[in-house]
Design a protein. Structure first.
Length: 214
C-alpha cells in the first residue's frame, strides 16, 4: 500500500520506524531509519529532527509511527522542509471508528484518547508514550487546524481498512489465531466487508502531498 502511493521522479524515500517492519522488501533503495540503534538500520534519526537537507526526499513512509511522536507538529514541519515539491508522506496508522474505539480502549495496552485536546503528549524517552487516536485527531477531527497550520501539506487520501487479519494474527493480543494457509480466506472476507470500512476499520492509509503553497 505504501509503495503504490509513491510519487514518480527523483528523490530518496525514507522510512521511519524501520526496526519493526520490512518495507525494504517492497521499495527499492529505501533509506531505513529508527530512533534507536537497530540491526540493519541505515540511519538513526528522530522524526522530529530529520538529518536531511531541504527538498531532498521524494517520500517519507511509515507504519504505526505518528501516534508515538510526542510532538506531531515538529514532524510535519520537518516533512515540509525535507520533501521536494509533490513529494509525499505516506503512512498507515490507527484510526477511530466505532469498532476500533471499543477494541483499543478495552484490549490494547497503548493509550487511545480521541478526546485529547493536544497533538502532543508527555514522553520519558523514545517509544515511551503514545496516543493511538492522534492520526485521526490531526487529519480528521482537527482537519481545519491542520490545513491552516500546514498549507503546504495537502491531504490526498484517507482510506480506512478492515482489521480482521490484524486481529486474528495477534496484532492486539500477540497470540495468533490465523494459520498461514487461512490468509487468503480472511483476505476475501475483508474485501466483502469493505463497504463497512468507515464503521469497522481500525487502521487507515493516509497520504499527504507537499505542494508549493505557503
Amino acid at each position: 500500500m505504501l509503495r503504490d502511493e509513491l510519487p514518480s521522479g527523483n528523490g530518496a524515500v525514507l522510512e521511519l520506524g524501520s526496526g519493526a517492519g520490512y518495507c525494504e522488501n517492497f521499495i527499492p533503495k529505501l533509506i531505513t531509519s529508527e530512533i534507536i540503534v537497530c540491526r540493519g538500520i541505515q540511519v538513526v534519526a528522530d522524526a522530529q529532527r530529520l538529518p536531511f537537507g531541504s527538498g531532498v526526499l521524494k517520500a517519507i513512509v511509515f507504519v504505526n509511527v505518528l501516534h508515538h511522536l510526542p510532538n506531531v507538529r515538529r514532524f510535519l514541519a520537518e516533512g515540509v522542509r525535507c520533501l521536494r515539491e509533490n513529494g509525499k508522506i505516506v503512512m498507515i496508522e490507527p484510526w477511530v471508528t466505532a469498532w476500533s474505539l471499543q477494541v483499543n480502549t478495552r484490549f490494547h495496552h497503548e493509550p487511545f484518547s480521541p478526546d485529547a485536546t493536544e497533538w502532543s503528549f508527555s514522553s520519558k524517552g523514545p517509544l515511551s508514550g503514545a496516543n493511538g487516536a492522534l492520526p485521526w485527531i490531526v487529519f480528521e477531527r482537527d482537519r481545519q487546524i491542520f490545513e491552516s497550520e500546514f498549507p503546504e501539506l495537502q491531504v490526498e487520501r484517507i482510506e480506512p481498512f478492515l482489521p480482521l487479519r490484524y486481529l486474528l494474527s495477534g496484532g492486539v493480543g500477540m497470540r495468533s489465531m490465523m494459520p498461514g494457509f487461512a490468509h487468503p480466506f480472511w483476505s476475501r472476507v475483508e474485501k466483502l466487508l469493505s463497504p463497512l470500512k468507515w464503521q469497522l476499520g481500525m487502521f487507515a492509509l493516509v497520504v499527504l502531498r507537499r505542494t508549493n503553497t505557503g
